[in-house]
Design a protein around this ligand. Structure first.
Ligand SMILES: [Zn+2]
Length: 288
């Protein structure tokens, strides 16, 4: 059982995952400020959904709170040369980056507006994914269609993206996000906007990272999380096993990226990390 408290300006959210493995999930919100959140007081997910619906629902509730409170900024933050992180709420919860003229990942389905608002006039030419999960290509279809740009992703994730699905542990495809045609399957060594594609399978079959040797910058997707994604704090950690298609293979990918000793790591979830020792420490603790 996992219990967590998430505190915002005017709202406390109590979230209980009675058992992540059976997908039972409950969320209760109470207002301590002026924002009424009665409509979000309690919901229980149907048990036929995907495993990822637990955190997805929590983040959706957060997005609703954000809209009601007017919280959040539309400013992108520059992290390195030609690399920006889009703003979002909660900050660093579901990360989207601009890498040169490429958009990296597209969050959840409802992130469409914040993405288009922040990147609308930047002249992006490509949208690339780290992997085919619902919290990374949720808004990809809308973004690609609105901006008229192609989608590229790891070759082994093409089938899932084009079917609007994601691969669960054991290889089963389950519904994830609106399907998008993939214009190019990325492979180890391909170049995208000054970054090199690294094959890092495990969390999804076609998971890729983007690596720039010149300043040792790594866009690492979900090979590792920058923090606990529900508590939104804590040290670097591996993704929950139940969310990875092949956890053992993902650990091999984690050891690979840690060996690069990246000076800057940009996670799918969690704040940017500029201390390679913290990544190395977390990876060293992974079971072999
Ligand atoms: Zn993710």
């Amino acid at each position: 059982m996992l219990r967590s408290f998430l505190n915002f300006n005017s709202v406390s959210a109590f979230i209980r995952f009675s058992d992540v493995s059976d997908r039972s999930f409950e969320i209760r919100l109470s207002s301590s400020g002026e924002t009424p959140v009665n409509s979000l007081c309690r919901c229980r997910l149907p048990t036929h959904g995907t495993l990822a619906e637990g955190p997805a629902t929590a983040l959706r509730a957060n997005a609703t709170i954000q809209r009601r409170n007017g919280v959040g900024s539309a400013e992108m933050q520059q992290l390195a040369d030609d690399l920006w992180q889009l703003s979002g709420f909660p900050r660093h919860a579901v990360n989207v980056y601009v890498m040169g003229d490429a958009l990296v990942d597209a969050g959840m389905r409802w992130d469409r507006r914040r993405i288009l608002k922040q990147v609308g006039d930047r002249g992006l030419t490509t949208h690339v994914l780290t992997h085919a999960h619902l919290d990374h290509y949720g808004a990809s279809k809308a973004v690609c269609e609105t901006l008229g740009i192609p989608l590229w992703c790891g070759t082994a994730d093409v089938e899932a993206v084009e079917a609007g699905k994601m691969v669960r542990q054991g290889g089963k495809l389950v519904p994830a996000a609106p399907a998008v045609p993939v214009a190019r399957g990325l492979r180890e060594g391909d170049e995208v906007a000054g970054f090199t594609v690294l094959d890092t399978p495990g969390h999804s079959p076609g998971h890729v990272c983007y690596w720039r040797e010149s300043d040792r910058t790594l866009i690492c997707g979900d090979v590792m999380f920058g923090w606990h994604p529900f508590l939104m704090r804590g040290p670097v950690r591996e993704p929950f096993e139940s969310f990875s298609a092949d956890p053992q293979r993902n650990r091999e990918s984690a050891r690979r990226i840690a060996a690069l000793e990246p000076a800057l790591v940009c996670f799918g979830h969690g704040p940017p990390l500029r201390d390679p020792a913290k990544l190395a420490e977390a990876v060293a603790q992974l079971p072999r």
